[in-house]
Design a protein around this ligand. Sequence first.
Ligand SMILES: [Zn+2]
Length: 253
Amino acid sequence: MKETELIQIALMLTPPWKVVECQFDVNQKRLDIQLDFARGSRFFCPSCGQADCAVHDTEQKSWRHLNFFQHETYMSARVPRIRCKKCGVRVVDVPWARAGSGFTLLFEAYIMLLAPSMPVNQIADLVSEHDTRLWRVLLHHVKEAREQADHSDVKQVGVDETSSKRGHNYVTIVVDLKESKSIFATEGKDSTTIGRFKDDLTAHKGKPESITDVSCDMSPAFIKGIKENLPNAQITFDKFHLLKTLNTTVDEV
Ligand SMILES: [Zn+2]
């Protein structure tokens, strides 16, 4: 078996795409995989799904892929632009990357897998990429996941503030207590943060009236926001903040 065939199988490429060349540079520690499509191939229109569109011209593109062992791997291809009768000239979707990304989907999945476990600048060091490029990937997928989030079952939430940038900027976070999952974050720690949570909840199929319990600290701002926006919520002061206050008070006495 030729190395191009092996790589083609490993990439699970389907026609009309095929691997035409592999170049391995030991000194650069880099593998380059050149892909191409069969002459005369026709493609789907990425906008309307029309099949059998003829190729208008091509654009050369490349993508960072998962490492080949410890060696950085790049894929490149001339990506066809098709002419659709309805939509005009369009760049086709390739199966290994999303439109506009310089990474393959598998590389992006790897970044998403690492993200919950380490800071982005550490991931950037690990994969030798600039963290700005990785943030773009993370923001894209997080935004997409957030748009699809369904909060219709959210009933019990915890609200707390945390500070970022050395304690100067406050961020309020709302957690779904049943799922132990952060569902909303917004700047500030005043009563309007709860109003913004209400709007976001409504935008994700949730109902402010369905919230039966809110756990928070004794901040008058949160209490005011909850009373104004979550009409059926019973407020419970969480044990951590109660004990903290109790200890401070005992110390003072
Ligand atoms: Zn079309």
